[in-house]
Every structure is written in structure tokens, then in C-alpha cells.
Design a protein. Structure first.
Ligand SMILES: Cc1ncc(COP(=O)(O)O)c(C=O)c1O
Length: 349
């Protein structure tokens, strides 16, 4: 396997960014207070408030699963219902962590072809829940992914319509922002315009896929929701005593808009990849709006690429015209040559 082959399996196969490593080295001296009572964590709050232009509360944790599950635990009681897309990471890839940390709330998956929820999809399930009363889990929240698991991005007007419907039904709105930077970069709007200004109550902001070593953040835009989060994070074992290191990674991402520059680069390369695939006769199955490309790939090409050391996943969705769907993910640190190497290998086949 050639060392120069970049993996397209996920964006978390990328290394940590030099800026993040430098930030870790910078805070790695002297003694400071533990458990978040340190200057770097204070600085993180200031930087996040500046980036989002509002008076938010931010809590670092180490994984996206913890961030999502703990955020949902605030929004949904043990007897609550959380509506999400059927392909949502919380529904398919978190080993029941949302159910565990909420103490039993039920995820109710909804289907759509592009990974997005539509406001009208809430009407029937909510009406049903109301009709069933005490026999049904109580509608509590929606969880939406931005960008979605199908690589698409909600536009602000779509978000506003969806969150208005959720709020009308008394539901809180959680956004899984593992790829929020990619979404903002695609929309060309401010982080505020893609989150709290569109009615998002809690955002789990990913950094690990986008250049951090291991750091995600739970961001509350409503102070009353943040009240007992510290206790939940501690109980879940996600309050790091040396929190300065987590905070330093997130600070490095916010500084000089590194996170958005990273998101833009990954998106640009996904677009380059999508165009190259199309030119080579490979069909895309979703609009490429962030850093994920979903393509119908003949098995012969898949085998040839794998034999040359390229890594990517076949997506667990039904085949189309007997061809599997593959997911190709670009990362913040890739360069055009990484994309061109894959395209050249396809051209050879
Ligand atoms: C949409 C989404 N949310 C959250 C996560 C975070 O997962 P982890 O717990 O692996 O950090 C991922 C990672 O693949 C993801 O794709």
C-alpha cells in the first residue's frame, strides 16, 4: 500500500492540525486550576461568544457521542421522545448512548432521501403521541445533523421553518454539528446564522474531525438549559481535570477562524472530487454540499481502488442499479493532489 494514498474513509482519520498541537504545547507548562477553572477555558468561552456573536455557555467533552448524548439528556426526560433522521449518528452509531444518558428516552427516526427532516414530518407523529397520551413517549426534542449524514446542508430558511414547527409543538432543538464548520463554510453565512438565529437551542460542535486531537463542545444558547449540564458531564466522566488541554484545542480552532478555513478546504476538495467522478461517468446520489461524496461505484472500480490502498466505506443503503453506494470523505488537511490521485486511479480502471 502506497504511503501517499489518503484515506477517504472518514474525516477523523486525519491528524491533528499543527495549530492545535502548538496550542497544546503552549498550555503545557506551569500549574493552573483544574476542572475548567483555568485561563484557557475562560478564553474558550470568550472566543466562542465572539464566533457566535451571543452570550452562550460552552462545555468541552472528548467525543461527539458524549456531546450528543449529554445534550439530549438535558432536552428529553426518561419518558421523552426525540425525533431524528433515520440515518442520524445518534440513531445509528452511538451504541444507545442517547438512550442511556437520557435514562431511557426513545429516539423516533423519520425518513427522507437527503438526510434532512422537514417540518411537516413532525405533524403526524406529534398528533399520534397526543392521541396516545400516557401510553406514548412524550414528545420532547428534535435532533438534526448539520451537515447531515448524507452530506447535505440545511439552508437557514429550512432550519427556521423546522425549528419553528418544533417549538410550536413544545420541542427543544438539538443540532449535531460534528460537521458544522463544513456546513457554515458551504452556506457562506455566520455561525450564528446557521445556529441560534435559526432556532437551535443546543449545538454539539465537532472539532475532532476538523483538526482537533480530541475535543468537541456542547454549546447552550439558552442559559436555563445549561444549568445542570456540569453535573451531567461530571457523572458521565467527561469533566477532564486537566481541562486546559481540551479548551486549548477548541481555542486553536476558533482563533483566526481556523475551523472555518478547514471546513472550506475540505468542502472545496469534495467538490473537486465530485466533479472528477462525474467526468469519469460515476453517478452521485446526493448533492455535494459539505465534505462527503456519495457515489454509485461499480464493484470493479471499488475492488481496483482497494487493491491500490484507497480506503472508503460502502454505505449501508440499498444498491441502485445493482451498484453499491460508496461514501468518500475529504478532510481539512487534504490537498488537490490527494483527490487527483484517486481520480487518476479510477481513470486507469
Ligand atoms: C454526524 C456525526 N455526529 C457525531 C459524531 C461523533 O462521533 P464520535 O463519538 O466518534 O466522536 C460523528 C462521527 O463520526 C458523526 O459523523
Amino acid at each position: 500500500m502506497s504511503q501517499s494514498r489518503r484515506s477517504f474513509a472518514s474525516d477523523n482519520v486525519a491528524p491533528a492540525a499543527p495549530e492545535v498541537m502548538a496550542a497544546l504545547a503552549r498550555v503545557n507548562q506551569g500549574s493552573v486550576h483544574s476542572y475548567g477553572d483555568d485561563p484557557e477555558t475562560l478564553r474558550l468561552t470568550a472566543l466562542a461568544r465572539q464566533s457566535f456573536g451571543t452570550d452562550l455557555t460552552i462545555f468541552p467533552v472528548a467525543t461527539g457521542t458524549a456531546a450528543n448524548a449529554l445534550a439530549l439528556a438535558v432536552l428529553a426526560p426518561p419518558f421523552g421522545a426525540v425525533y431524528c433522521h433515520e440515518a442520524a449518528h445518534v440513531n445509528t452509531d452511538e451504541c444507545g448512548a442517547p438512550e442511556f444518558y437520557t435514562g431511557g428516552a426513545k429516539l423516533l427516526p423519520l425518513a427522507s432521501p437527503d438526510g434532512k427532516l422537514d417540518a411537516r414530518q413532525l405533524d403526524a407523529p406529534i398528533a399520534h403521541a397526543r392521541e396516545m397520551g400516557v401510553h406514548h413517549v412524550a414528545p420532547a426534542a428534535i435532533s438534526i445533523s448539520q451537515a447531515t449524514e448524507w452530506g447535505t446542508v440545511y439552508r437557514p430558511e429550512e432550519l427556521r421553518t423546522l425549528t419553528a414547527a418544533a417549538h410550536k409543538y413544545g420541542l427543544r432543538v438539538h443540532m449535531d454539528g460534528a460537521r458544522f464548520a463544513n456546513a457554515v463554510a458551504h452556506l457562506g453565512c455566520t455561525p450564528a446564522e446557521a445556529s441560534w438565529k435559526c432556532g437551535v437551542d443546543v449545538l454539539t460542535l465537532g472539532a475532532t474531525k476538523n483538526g482537533a486531537l480530541a475535543a468537541e463542545a456542547v454549546i447552550f444558547f439558552k442559559p436555563e438549559l445549561a444549568q445542570d449540564f456540569e453535573l451531567r458531564r461530571k457523572r458521565a466522566g467527561h469533566l477532564f481535570s486537566k481541562l486546559r488541554y481540551m479548551s486549548a484545542q477548541l481555542c486553536a480552532c476558533f482563533e483566526d477562524e481556523l475551523w472555518l478555513r478547514h471546513g472550506r478546504n475540505a468542502n472545496t476538495l469534495a467538490t473537486r472530487l465530485a466533479q472528477g467522478l462525474t467526468q469519469r461517468g460515476i453517478r452521485l446520489v446526493q448533492a455535494v454540499e459539505a465534505n462527503e461524496v456519495f457515489a454509485l461505484m461499480p464493484v470493479k472500480i471499488i475492488a481496483a481502488l482497494r487493491a491500490q490502498g484507497f480506503e472508503f466505506y460502502e454505505w449501508p443503503a440499498p444498491r441502485i442499479d445493482n451498484q453499491p453506494i460508496v461514501r468518500l470523505v475529504t478532510a481539512y488537511d487534504m490537498v488537490p493532489a490527494d483527490i487527483d490521485a484517486l481520480l487518476a486511479a479510477i481513470a486507469q480502471v
